[in-house]
Design a protein around this ligand. Structure first.
Ligand SMILES: Cc1cc2nc3c(=O)[nH]c(=O)nc-3n(C[C@H](O)[C@H](O)[C@H](O)COP(=O)(O)O)c2cc1C
Length: 213
């Protein structure tokens, strides 16, 4: 296999269990991670999620309680909350169309494409639309995880939380959003993290990859 800085970074990162509460992720590194999130690809380019960056200590303490007291939420310096649209609406899809026109100019296919999308998405059950939007948020989570590793910032992807409680803490429902996944950012505590010395566990290539030649 060819030498890959990316693979080294993916081996360096791990779902950090204990972060050093005295350390803060500098703004320039945070900016890179946030920008990587913005650049994540999404289905039809709708980017149907928002990123909420929480540093308020009271809010973090409340979110921690809603997440089984996971220490990384308050020991990290920033908490990224990936919040997906609760559904697709005509207005939301029109805004995507408008942005495309603004950036690329009016293209013949563009309106037809997004009209078709609206016809498919808007009548669907809100839960189906939310599930689709949440999958897009997960793509952004993956990109953010990799960006954090590239910046030598530790992170912990987290699904272990009460989404309704976090929505209430951050007032997401009123904004038509639902929390999907959390990503505390910070720096590993080299002496206090039981997971740090452990080997990575991954299935073998043969188990997960097959080829159709
Ligand atoms: C979507 C997602 C949700 C996760 N939820 C939690 C969580 O709530 N708490 C936690 O400590 N780790 C959580 N993890 C971490 C995984 O257990 C971990 O990524 C996996 O075991 C692989 O280990 P590694 O990330 O250290 O390489 C989550 C990971 C992902 C991708």
């Amino acid at each position: 296999m060819t030498n890959s800085p990316l693979l080294e970074q993916l081996n360096w990162r791990y779902a950090t269990k204990k972060m050093d509460a005295s350390k803060t992720v500098p703004q320039d590194k945070l900016d890179v991670i946030i920008e990587a999130t913005r650049m994540a690809p999404t289905s039809s380019g709708t980017q149907p999620f928002e990123l909420i960056v929480v540093t308020n200590p009271e809010k973090l303490a409340e979110i921690q309680k809603a997440a089984g007291d996971q220490a990384q939420i308050t020991d990290g310096s920033h908490l990224l909350v990936f919040a997906a649209w609760d559904t697709y609406t005509a207005d939301r899809i029109d805004a995507v169309t408008d942005l495309n026109v603004k950036v690329r100019g009016a293209l013949p296919m563009l309106n037809a494409y997004y009209d078709n999308l609206k016809n498919n998405y808007v009548p669907r059950d809100a839960e189906v639309n939310y599930a689709h939007a949440a999958r897009q948020a997960y793509i952004a989570l993956g990109v953010a995880l990799v960006a954090a590793a590239e910046q030598e910032v530790d992170s912990t992807p987290m699904e272990g939380f009460n989404t309704e409680a976090v929505d209430a803490i951050l007032g997401l429902k009123e904004r038509g959003l639902r929390s999907v996944v959390l990503l505390p950012l910070g720096y590993r505590d080299p002496t206090g993290d039981w997971l740090l010395p452990m080997k990575k566990v991954r299935k073998s290539l043969e188990t997960i990859v097959s080829y159709v030649d």
